[in-house]
Design a binder for this molecule. Structure first.
Ligand code: ATP
Length: 301
């Protein structure tokens, strides 16, 4: 597959340059993509961590890689970030091969690792300012702090932050260079429910800015809440892919409705029904979309 960078435009109201990437495959397909993965493989000795996966992430999409421990999520993301060499397959990130370690790509992506080493004695704003210094066109420090909801903690030292606040700071660091594409590896693992909801708000803010986001997660509800599209990965293979609503046929799957009748009066009504009386209790397998329309329970005595 060959990739050509097409026209480059500065979108009004946007702080970063959007490039239209025209991917021309052997069959002449043209598409606008942030990430292209085709036949990706990676093994560690005898362990086949990634076994030939394919996916594309269009620009501006939030894409979730969902799977259990050891599924191959981190390996995949690290290859896309340029931290790990792949064994085989084609990978393009913003039109670059991340395996080449080009600076041009590094300044256009933001990475939130599973854990980040930050100087605990710097304040929140000093930390973000330090990372901003590595980029040619950083996002203003105060804007980054506001985006991740740390305004009240801007002068606090890192060591005084809660776990959830430190994770927000990790996201802030990834945002310092105003990247086009963000990688978030398990951004809420270990969070309590309130901290998770807070982190989801931060990610929603980023999505609203039009960032392309690839996140990995163990949690279906997180993928469902945040992602435009989800790929489920298990044992190094993608086993399902789609929008959260249609994933693995959820939109058309049958739903079994069970109920328990506990009051003696209702039990007696049911036995009247089964013996041919006026009362009826009826339930059926039903399509989840029409739940409540086709399923009915009617009891009278
Ligand atoms: P988790 O959700 O636990 O982070 P994951 O889906 O990110 O898991 P990976 O970390 O990519 O999965 O691991 C995939 C497989 O590769 C696992 O079997 C893991 O044990 C193995 N693996 C990962 N990193 C290495 C390594 N550096 N050396 C050897 N094996 C590794």
């Amino acid at each position: 597959m060959t990739l050509a960078i097409g026209r480059e435009t500065l979108t009004s109201g946007s702080c970063w340059t959007q490039r239209e990437v025209t991917a021309t495959s052997g069959v002449g397909v043209t598409e606008t993509v942030a990430v292209h993965v085709e036949g990706l493989t990676k093994s560690y000795g005898d362990v086949r961590a990634v076994s030939g996966i394919d996916f594309d992430i269009p620009r501006g999409e939030v894409f979730a890689l969902l799977g259990p421990n050891g599924a191959g999520k981190t390996t995949t993301v690290e290859i896309l970030e340029g931290y790990r060499k792949r064994d085989g397959g084609d990978v393009l990130v913003l039109g670059h091969d991340p395996g080449k370690g080009e600076r041009e790509l590094k300044k256009r992506i933001g990475i939130v690792l599973q854990s980040t080493g930050i100087d605990p004695y710097l304040t929140v704003s000093e930390t973000i300012a330090m990372f901003s210094g590595y980029y040619p066109q950083p996002r203003p420090v105060d804007e980054v702090i506001e985006l991740v909801g740390l305004s009240a903690k801007r002068a606090a030292r890192v060591l005084k932050l809660s776990g959830g606040q430190q994770r927000r700071l990790d996201v802030a660091i990834a945002l310092a260079g105003d990247p086009e594409l963000l990688f978030l590896d398990e951004p809420t693992t270990g969070f309590d429910p309130a901290a998770r909801r807070g982190a989801w708000e931060v990610l929603k803010n980023l999505a609203a800015l039009g960032k392309t986001i690839l996140l990995t997660t163990h949690y279906m509800d997180e993928a469902q809440h945040l992602a435009d599209r989800v790929a489920i990965i298990a044992a190094g293979q993608i086993v399902a892919e789609g929008t959260p609503d249609t994933l693995a046929g959820r939109d058309v799957a049958k739903t079994r409705v069970r109920f328990h009748l506990s009051r003696p009066r209702i039990r007696s009504a049911c036995s009247t029904a089964s013996s041919g009386g006026r009362s009826t209790t009826e339930s059926s397998w039903t399509d989840s979309r029409s739940l409540g329309r086709r399923w009915r329970t009617s009891i009278s005595s």
